[in-house]
Design a protein around this ligand. Structure first.
Ligand code: ATP
Ligand code: MG
Length: 416
């Protein structure tokens, strides 16, 4: 017997109802905000991620599924979506012309981290990227899309939005020096990772989860006190546009995206409901990234949501999204011809219809119908067929009526 690889999983059965509902929201909502889908490869040259995410990040340093191809190329399974989309924007010259380019993606990502609840080696992300505008209105729109997404999934009330500004190449270096100066005084109290970050990526120390580091970081200088006037103005505008859109937020000056090409706005959607401070979605502005991957100066901003964690959250919140069948069609050996024709014509109307392939007794088929949780049962019996009719049973109230075949679709379309 074969077993799946550690950290990977099968998703099926009841669980699929949640995924389907979320996927519907992803496609319809993104398109209503004017985003179009971007399908990028699952496999890229590893360098795309080294450059696109940063070689000093946990993702690239320790979590990437990277391997040498037969021809010697170093390849990697995508650990996130942004780097691939940006590679595509550069390669396909999508930066040409004016106007904003807005894309969304949905699909599996791969990170070789220690598996645990809510942390898998293959997980799914929904993300958006908006290119071509540095306006704070875009920041507010992207954040609004993120909040609306969770509302439509039914769990907006369990989440809160945190925002921050992490400055720009003008104001961040000065701040970074202040930060190094501060943390150097407490070097002995930092974890091993943070000791290393002190020289590679000191901003990352600010959001380290290790209690000792957290304690030291709580008194560290914060970026929003050192923003240049342009960054200050941008941050104030983002907050203003969020307010006029009716979006609540908290400013968290300790939130970072620890890479040089991330600028200004950073944001996260956090839940305290079931597990303190767990992030289900995060994003930020990355105006330097297109250039970093070989393109021109071309601003961008985006977010990514972890769908596996979102499904867990929705389940824990007690919401049910099971896929239900519309109609269970009961037919018997004597009526199977008419039954199968009706099955096809009902499915042509896009209703969910199923049947019992064993053509069992009435009693056993009704049992199966019950188990299928269908909203309606349509019985194609010999006697009914003689009258050009079928029996329609409402499974919610048990009510049963004889319906002419010619009228069945009309009646069902009023009910379904
Ligand atoms: P964490 O701090 O939990 O490791 P992260 O900072 O690595 O998260 P991002 O790279 O910002 O996460 O990815 C965005 C979202 O993708 C996360 O908020 C989370 O919901 C989800 N995610 C990240 N890694 C995993 C994983 N291994 N399994 C499931 N979901 C994940
Ligand atoms: Mg991680």
């Amino acid at each position: 017997m074969f077993r799946k690889i550690r950290g990977f999983r099968d998703i099926y059965g009841e669980e699929i109802g949640y995924w389907r509902k979320i996927e519907e929201v992803i496609y319809s909502l993104s398109e209503s905000f004017g985003y179009s889908e971007y399908k990028m490869p699952v496999l890229e040259k590893a360098e795309v991620f080294d450059r696109g995410i940063g070689s000093t990040t946990d993702i690239v340093e320790k979590e990437m599924f990277a391997f040498e191809d037969r021809n010697g190329d170093l390849l990697a399974l995508r650990p996130e979506g942004t780097a691939g989309v940006v590679r595509g924007v550069v390669e396909n010259k999508l930066y040409a012309g004016s106007g904003v380019k807005k894309y969304y993606y949905y699909g599996p990502m791969f990170r070789r981290e220690r598996p645990q609840k809510g942390r898998y080696r293959q997980f799914y992300q929904y993300g958006v990227e908006a290119f071509g505008s540095a306006s704070p209105i875009v920041d507010a729109e992207v954040i609004q899309l993120l909040c609306t997404f969770f509302d439509k999934c039914g769990i907006g009330e369990f989440l809160r939005l945190e925002i921050n500004s992490i400055g720009c190449p003008e104001c961040r270096p000065g701040y970074k020096n202040k930060l190094i100066e501060y943390f150097s005084k407490y070097e002995n109290e930092l974890c091993e990772d943070c000791k290393r970050r002190l020289s590679t990526n000191p901003l990352r120390i600010l959001d380290c989860k290790v209690p000792g580091c957290k304690k030291v970081a709580s008194d560290a200088p914060v970026m929003i006190d050192y923003l240049c006037s342009e960054c200050r103005k941008h941050f104030d505008s983002v907050k203003y546009y969020l307010e006029i859109s009716g979006i609540n937020y908290d400013v968290n000056p300790f939130m970072v995206r620890g890479l040089d090409y991330y600028v200004r706005t950073a944001f996260e959607m956090i839940t305290d409901k079931f597990e303190a401070n767990s992030t289900v979605g995060a994003g930020g502005r990355y105006d330097g990234l297109v250039k970093q991957l070989g393109g021109p100066d071309y601003p961008g901003i985006g977010f990514a949501v972890g769908i596996d964690r979102l499904v867990n959250l929705i389940k824990e919140a007690g919401l049910t999204y099971e896929e239900t069948l519309d109609i269970f069609l009961v037919m018997f050996p004597e009526t199977v011809d008419a039954g199968l024709k009706l099955l096809k014509s009902l499915r042509d109307e896009n209703w969910g219809v199923d049947m019992d392939f064993e053509l069992g007794s009435m009693k056993s088929q009704m049992k199966k119908a019950n188990r299928s949780q269908a909203s309606y049962v349509v019985i194609v019996g010999e006697e009914e067929l003689g009258k050009n009719a079928v029996t329609l049973k409402n499974m919610t109230d048990g009510e049963q009526q004889l319906v002419l075949l010619d009228e069945l679709k009309n009646i069902l379309s009023q009910k379904l």
